[in-house]
Design a protein around this ligand. Sequence first.
Ligand code: CTP
Length: 416
Amino acid sequence: MARLLLGVSGGIAAYKSLEFARLATLAGHGVRVLMTENAGRFVGAASFEGIVGAPVLVSEFERDPLRGAFPGEVGEIGHDPIGHLELAANCDAFLVAPASANTIAKLAGGFADSMLTTSFLACTAPRLLAPAMNDRMYGDAATQANLAALHDRGVEVIEPDEGPLASRGERGRGRLPDPERLLAAVEAAASWEGARPWDGLSVLVTAGGTREPIDPVRFIGNRSSGRMGIALAGAAARRGASVTLLAANVALPAPAGVRRIDVETTADLQRAAAAEFPGSQILLMAAAPADFRPAAASAAKLTREGALDLHLTPTDDILAGLVAGRTPGQTIVGFAAEHGGDAVARARAKLARKGADLIVLNDVSDPRIGFESAENEVTLVAAEDEIEVPRADKDTVAEAILERVDRLRAASPTAK
Ligand code: CTP
């Protein structure tokens, strides 16, 4: 765990800092948050507190109830009776994101009029700034001079992204980068060595539901949104793996740094998987491929006239084919969507039948979880045990699945 101090100043991009705090916490880091008063006009301290599990500080006159400790640390580690510099002294890195023009000016001038600015001045750990503002404010000579001054004093400035800005219709440089990029920069600055345990591994993830054409405008499909696969791809990328996502009709964006290949049908997915799997050490088969396809898709759009009889033929079982061609050292995770009943027994039978190393079991009869929901609750069924992962957001469930994969690979004599 790295101890990360996150300073949030006033700007619309402050909502993205919530995502950063969540990602960093998910990655196992202890995060403490310092907000300026103006940041509180954009996001609430309670949101950060809920995410990181520790109080947010705003004023330099506030007492930190945790006395400078980070989440995950036991006991008090600071001894400063004044109590306002302990977090600055204890952190491994300090990121200000978003850094507004006003806060950048204060930091460049050495002001100490809030907990954020005071801590920044007192912090000897690596300090990073992620400016986010309107592009004209960013390009102004005053902001640029302030950033240059901070850079000269060893502060790492993470350049904003270009794209649509909050002011209606405007584009330019001023957007806060993706939280994944911010986290990578902070981890590198904090010399966090444990952050990329999957460095050098290639991970293949399938996501979404395939569609089998009936005619040029109609298809047979399913309700899979691709959320679980996307969460897995993000979690694997955060561990440093090189990740390829085979996305079957997924409307959501892929996580930053993930290579995405879009596919439509089960046959497309099968071809892409066959091409990518040999170079991968881990397969996470979260997609829901259609099990049947119309035997012959009509080349022209079908009309309403007359009855329509669809003759369906089974598609190939992609997972079974990949298992049959696997090489030693490859870890294969399948998913099972079961509808009530003795789901665990059926998942166990599927584990044996498909020859996977792990089956992630979803009970799709529960409407609170699964397909289109943001949450999931699964049972991880392996040859030697069954682990229940309680209901949580899909990112948290993804972390639990990857932890299980880590243990499977640690126990495997051939995993590399
Ligand atoms: N799967 C696959 N190819 C298919 C169908 C499913 O590779 N044509 C994969 C899924 O991606 C999943 C696993 O097999 O990882 C189990 O999917 P599921 O639909 O639960 O199993 P089926 O084999 O289709 O069995 P059934 O529908 O009879 O329960």
